[in-house]
Ligand binder design. Structure first.
Ligand code: SF4
Length: 482
């Protein structure tokens, strides 16, 4: 069978086509040494889960680089303060590596508490803190006793695993061990819920929350978009957890079910069909007749509001192809939304997918769809060159690979600026996708810069004995962790 693209022998099984050969790609393995992987580390995984807690300080215990390259990585919006946006690090240096960084950490926590009086201080362990053996838990405990502020250790040393998913779990553990269940709500209602795995990227939460509130649901907390730590502390009183990002947050929902008996349902507010299914499932869970009726009215109104607005976009987008190279959850949860715009998902891939993610992708996409695991920059460029989708959906690191190949690009990662969730979000989604796909600038790039570059400089097409033909590596985008 013809390989999906030319690549190293050990990488070939990380790609497959649904309906042919491999059932799902080989996944959840350490990246191949020497390739420019697009992955982040365990610490980055923990930080993206917790950073949207807006009233807290996020203190990175390590050299400045760990904090710098993850500062403001989440485009999570806040309706209240912006304390979470401060970039805080203990900035460990040579002296600290030799004599230990605990004293510096302790003094930093005290100073941050004095300056900002935060709801909590999350202290993230990095590789260096782990290697020198600083006892972060002990420092957090002591500084909490002195300050009275919640000081929460996050044991997220980056080297713990090749997959940042472990970081998501560690971030979840910090909430489960130190926050959830430590405070009581002033009152309880029969319809209390938590929204788990919604990080309010670009304001997505604000497309979902009004719908739920109109249904009659009471939201105790969101984990963790636009949240306060005190709200999360009361999350154990919810009657239901709804899980939006099932990649990062199934773990927390399962643990809360075990510890507090809170059931959970998986929801997806990207796309009209999925939004409607999710709202109905929540209403059905509570079984309240009035809520069910209110939900149907909300759905009817939502559909009426958007259908006219998306008609033109849909007309232009029908028949166009899209490649997804995104987080594990979005690699399947966006598929139906594109289909609603008449588009055809011809590739879906992730950087850190685990077996369950790829099973879910396989269930969702049609036969013939390429499924890719941990594609490096060169592989991604080759996939785009060979299959020429009308659009790539990905993040900052892939943006310039795509644009330089003349492939329209749309950001659906941490740093996008338009909210896409719920009914109104779907209109923004359609508008943004159409703006990329239908942009006339791409008519001017029928021959990509790569083709031009290779034709003009054939000597730059390198060949080595052990590697497949190497094209000029496209430069990576930003160095943000994604
Ligand atoms: S791998 Fe280690 S050193 Fe690098 S950013 Fe992650 S925690 Fe910091």
């Amino acid at each position: 069978m013809e390989p999906v693209i030319e690549t190293f022998e050990s990488r070939k099984k990380h790609m497959c086509v649904k309906g042919e050969g491999l059932s799902i790609p080989v996944c959840d393995k350490a990246s191949m040494p020497g390739t420019v992987t697009q992955r982040t580390c365990v610490y980055g995984g923990a930080r993206i889960v917790l950073m949207p807690i807006t009233d807290s300080i996020h203190l990175v215990h390590g050299p400045i680089g760990c904090a710098a390259c993850t500062w403001d990585i989440r485009g999570s919006k806040s309706s209240r303060e912006d304390l979470y946006k401060k970039g805080c690090s203990t900035d460990l240096q040579e002296k600290d590596i030799i004599f230990g960084g605990e004293k510096k950490l302790f003094e930093t926590v005290l100073e941050l508490n004095r300056l900002y009086h935060p709801g909590a201080i999350f202290v993230y362990a990095t590789c260096v803190a782990g290697v020198i053996g600083d006892d972060i838990k002990a420092v957090c405990k002591k500084s909490q006793e002195i300050t009275g502020c919640r000081v929460i250790p996050v044991q997220s040393e980056g080297f713990q695993d090749h997959n940042k998913t472990k970081g998501h779990w560690i971030g979840g553990d910090a909430l489960l061990d130190y926050v959830i269940g430590t405070s009581e709500p002033e009152e309880n209602t029969p319809f209390d819920i938590n929204i788990v795995g919604e990080f309010n990227v670009a304001g997505d939460l604000w497309g979902i929350k009004p719908l739920l509130e109109e249904m009659g649901v009471n939201i105790i907390s969101t984990m963790s978009g636009d949240s306060h730590v005190e709200e999360i502390a009361q999350a154990h009183r919810a009657k239901l957890n709804i899980v939006q990002c099932q990649k990062s947050s199934n773990y927390v929902a399962k643990k809360m079910k075990k510890k507090y008996g809170i059931p959970f349902i998986k929801v997806n507010f990207f796309g009209l069909e999925q939004t409607i299914i999710s709202l109905r499932e929540i209403a059905d869970f509570f079984g309240d007749e009035e809520m069910i009726q209110r939900t149907e009215k909300i759905i009817q109104r939502g559909l009426e509001e958007v259908q006219d607005e998306i008609r033109d976009y849909k007309e232009r987008l029908t028949g166009k192809t899209v490649a997804l190279y995104v987080g594990g959850n979005k690699a399947w949860s966006l598929v139906r939304a594109f289909e609603e715009l008449g588009m055809d998902v011809m590739m879906s891939g992730t950087k850190n997918g685990i077996k369950e993610d790829y099973e879910r992708i396989k269930e969702t996409v049609r036969d013939g769809t390429i499924i890719v695991d941990d594609a490096n920059s060169t592989e991604l460029a080759r996939l785009l060159k060979k299959y020429r989708p009308n659009l790539l959906i990905s993040g900052a690191k892939e943006k310039y690979i795509s644009l330089k190949l003349g492939v329209p690009f749309c950001d659906f990662n941490h740093d996008r600026i338009s909210a896409f969730a719920g009914f109104r979000g779907f209109v923004s989604f359609a508008k943004e996708v159409d703006a990329s796909v239908s942009s006339p600038v791409f008519n001017l790039t029928s021959t990509s810069l790569y083709d031009i570059s290779n034709n003009l400089n054939p000597e730059k097409k390198l060949k080595t004995e052990n590697s497949p033909e190497t094209i000029l590596s496209p430069p990576s985008g930003g160095d943000t962790h994604g």
